[in-house]
Design a protein around this ligand. Structure first.
Ligand code: GAP
Length: 485
């Protein structure tokens, strides 16, 4: 990340806090690392993104239904899914500073430093070598790479490293108060992905919703990962929310459905009006334990191109393993071909918080404006896609007297059942417009003395700042049309 990108990222983080989008969790106690709370406008925006995704899945497809599974699951779930054995990152500690690093991050940071020093070739060689080593098992090779290149800890500046060890990312807790000689008996995990709640309910859903393959099950909800290096604001969190959809298909058709969902999901992103050049696909060369093909949809964040969503061809790995560990049959009878089989699965998995960061990154703008008299002014404006903006309409009486507040409140009363409105009468009108720009409100209506004469108001658009005079009766329709509600 260069200085300009870093400055922009820091400005977005400050803005998110100052304008009630995101706060550090339990801030009065100095916060909790990589855990965040969403404020008044953040929680609205987050809900709107979630709803937009949910609608695109469960309302726009006859063959996709939703569920809401519990966060706690039977512990054997995680044995069957492979998370107990495989969901870990190699890590290394510096003995002097006691700072813990994810091995790939330590190596990448070292390579980035070399690049800054102009040693591009050496940096590329190190990264290539890391790519070629098996990051999950070749700890000797990775340790040698760190030692040979004299990689230092950023705190102690020494090369005094421990051996590399695996670190499981699942949080454990105790369940119930069952007396047992073996403390392991009471252990449950906080789910690290929502997907398993879908897999274990596969037959319940298929039967009760009378679904035929191909069909999908969608879910949104919290997931938890004890990330070793959790930083970069809400990009990598320890408690976060996922929006996942498992699409169950006939074995042998996975390639075509993988291509289908790859295209569909990018279309969803673009439907929010975000430019296509800000996105790219990244195919995985090293696959997760459950996948036979996988790619990321990456977005050009201020911290560089990074994953926002994953599309995974998960084969029949999860259902087969749940069948094996539970002893319950999880096959489907396909009446078209007269065959029983365990379905294959294409998964689309997007982080809600990461999508939220994407929207902040796309929207944040520091604009210089030329006023009518030629003088310069500036504003911070959030160009949040209108249909997911936290507030859709602010209604502002020009002054707090002469009956203007009453008219403004009547407008709010009329519009509020249909979209989120905001009323404000304090401060000069220009300052009120700026505050709405800063939280991304697409429309402001100003009630003035002329309103009393002819029932018209001024409608101001956030992005163009253009104003037009419309009749009070037209406000609702104008917003319906423009927001595509
Ligand atoms: N069920 C598949 C799965 O969980 P993943 O690639 O590990 O796949 C899917 O996660 C998405 O969840 C990611 O693309 C990202 O948007 C989000 N995500 C994963 N870990 C996260 C974290 N620590 N903080 C915020 N979002 C995260």
């Amino acid at each position: 990340m260069n200085t300009a990108q870093d400055n922009r990222f820091q400005a977005i983080i400050s803005h998110a806090k100052e304008y009630g989008f995101v706060f550090p969790s339990s801030e009065i106690y100095d916060g909790l690392s990589a855990v965040y709370d969403y404020g008044p406008y953040g929680s609205e925006l987050k809900k709107n993104i979630r709803d937009y995704w949910w609608k695109s899945m469960t309302q726009m497809h006859d063959n996709i239904v939703g569920i809401d599974a519990a966060i706690f699951m039977h512990p054997t779930t995680w044995k069957a899914s492979g998370h107990i054995d495989n969901f870990s990152d190699p890590m290394i500690d510096n003995k002097d500073s006691k700072k813990r690093y994810r091995v790939d991050h330590l190596i990448e940071e070292h390579a980035a430093k070399l690049k800054e020093e102009g040693k591009e070739d050496l940096a590329e060689n190190i990264l290539q070598e890391m790519e070629m080593l098996d990051a999950k098992s070749d700890f000797t090779g990775l340790k040698k790479l760190i030692d040979d290149n004299k990689m230092v800890c950023s705190v102690s500046n020494t090369t005094n490293w421990t051996d590399i060890r695996q670190f499981n990312l699942m949080f454990k807790t105790e369940f119930g108060a069952i007396a047992s000689d073996n403390p392991e008996d009471n252990i449950v995990y906080l789910r690290p992905e929502t997907a398993q709640g879908i897999f274990v309910n596969f037959l319940n859903v298929q039967k009760t919703a009378r679904l035929k393959i191909p069909f999908g099950i969608a879910q949104t909800g919290k997931a938890f990962r004890n990330e070793i290096v959790a930083r970069q604001f809400i990009f990598r969190m320890r408690e976060f929310e996922q929006m996942e959809m498992q699409f169950f298909i006939r074995p042998g058709t996975q390639k075509e459905w993988y291509e289908h969902w790859k295209a569909e999901r990018l279309k969803w992103h673009l439907s929010l009006g975000i430019p296509a050049e800000k996105y790219r696909y990244h195919n995985h060369t090293k696959l997760a334990h459950y996948a036979d093909a996988a790619l990321d949809i990456e977005y050009d964040f201020p911290i560089g191109f990074k994953e926002v969503e994953g599309i995974h061809s998960r084969t029949d790995f999860d259902l087969s393993n749940h069948q094996k560990y539970s002893g319950k049959k999880l096959t489907y009878f396909d009446t078209e071909i007269n065959q029983h089989y365990i379905p294959y699965v294409i998964e689309t998995s997007i982080g809600l918080d990461r999508m939220f960061l994407l929207i902040l990154s796309h929207s944040y703008d520091e604009e210089t404006i030329t006023k009518e008299d030629g003088s310069k002014d500036s504003r911070v404006v959030m160009h949040i896609p209108e249909k997911i903006a936290p507030i859709k309409l602010a209604v502002l009486p020009l002054v707090k007297k002469d009956g203007l507040p009453d008219i403004a409140r009547d407008i709010i009363k009329d519009c509020r059942p249909y979209f989120k409105c905001f009323y404000e009468e304090k401060d000069a009108i220009g300052r009120r417009y700026r505050r709405q720009d800063a939280i991304g409100t697409p429309y402001c209506v100003t009630v003035d003395h002329q309103t009393k004469e002819d029932n018209t108001v001024t409608l101001r658009h956030r992005d163009s700042m253009q104003q037009s005079r419309i009749h009070i009766k037209e406000i609702k329709d104008k917003l319906f049309q423009s927001l595509n509600l």
